[in-house]
Write a protein that binds this ligand. Structure first.
Ligand SMILES: C[S@@+](CC[C@H](N)C(=O)[O-])C[C@H]1O[C@@H](n2cnc3c(N)ncnc32)[C@H](O)[C@@H]1O
Length: 262
């Protein structure tokens, strides 16, 4: 994913699927020559262990195609994600299901940035009543926050389609909250929140640091994600400069989520 985002492909064009033997990252493009250009870029980068290939899908099908291989999976130690179109699938009795359709919205839960944010939110269970999701995508983090004890949640996203999908997902999970189409540059909370999550990209987290921090009440907590491994020091430094120390960094193969006290 980091390779494609660094090459300028918006995260909303990318879908990552974790298979048993390998991981597939798909980039959905509308023109053949765009695909050929990307394929050439992948070959030129010659990343060990990767196999670039192109496939043509009919336009009307592409947003449904990636659903095929999706099965319920563990998002956190307590929560399993169940695709909405597989609602009847059985998951272990000890797990809580989240029903999710992420067609056209980021946040399947398969991506490290979402998984790590969810895990930190779950660990903070019982320590927050109000929750704000900056860049809510599919709404998955709001659903996790409710399951972790939040009484009131708000989410917003710059992408109207994401907000529409998030509303459907909240409804499918029997939850309600305020979901708005809004840019982080313009969001004005009525009052600050106990816990705020912002799964954006590092440059945005740094640029909007002070705005995002202003959404958190003093003594509250902030989870930032969408931080590639190489950007952890930059993001930590930026928040330290604003007087906030990291409490916990959860990192994986490519990405990290960082929990700050505010
Ligand atoms: C990486 S996704 C995170 C989705 C979800 N919160 C999760 O953790 O899976 C980032 C989301 O932020 C939204 N976004 C990007 N820039 C934004 C901005 N300036 N203001 C509000 N939302 C933004 C995108 O549309 C996208 O849905």
């Amino acid at each position: 994913m980091a390779f494609f985002t660094a090459a300028g492909y918006p995260i909303s064009f990318l879908v990552e699927e974790e298979g048993r033997e390998f991981r597939v990252v798909s980039v959905y493009l509308t023109e053949k020559d765009q695909a050929a250009k990307l394929r050439a870029l992948c070959f030129a980068a010659n990343i060990a262990g990767t196999k670039p290939f192109c496939r043509i899908h009919h336009e009307k099908d592409w947003s449904q195609l990636w659903k095929k291989g999706w099965k319920p999976f563990a998002l956190t130690p307590r929560i399993h994600v169940v695709p909405l179109w597989q609602e009847s699938r059985i998951i272990p009795k000890s797990k809580i299901p989240i029903y999710l359709d992420t067609t056209n919205a980021f946040g399947t839960g398969l991506h490290e940035t979402t998984r790590f944010s969810s895990q930190i939110i779950e660990r903070l269970s019982g320590n927050f009543d109000t929750f704000l999701d900056v860049g809510t995508g599919s709404g998955i983090l709001v659903i996790v926050a409710f399951l972790s004890g939040a009484k009131k949640c708000v989410g917003f996203d710059i992408d109207p389609l994401a907000v529409k999908v998030a509303r459907q997902n909240l409804k499918a999970n029997g939850q309600t909250c305020v979901l708005k189409v809004c840019d982080v540059k313009e969001f004005k909370p009525v009052r600050p929140f106990d816990l705020v999550a912002a799964n954006l990209v590092s440059p945005d987290l740094i640029e909007f640091r002070d705005r995002i921090l202003s959404f958190v009440r003093p003594g509250g907590a902030l989870v930032v994600s969408g931080v590639s491994l190489k950007n952890i020091p930059r993001v930590v430094r930026a928040f330290k400069q604003a007087g906030h120390m990291p409490v916990n960094v959860v990192s994986g193969q490519e990405w990290a989520a960082i929990h700050f006290n505010v």
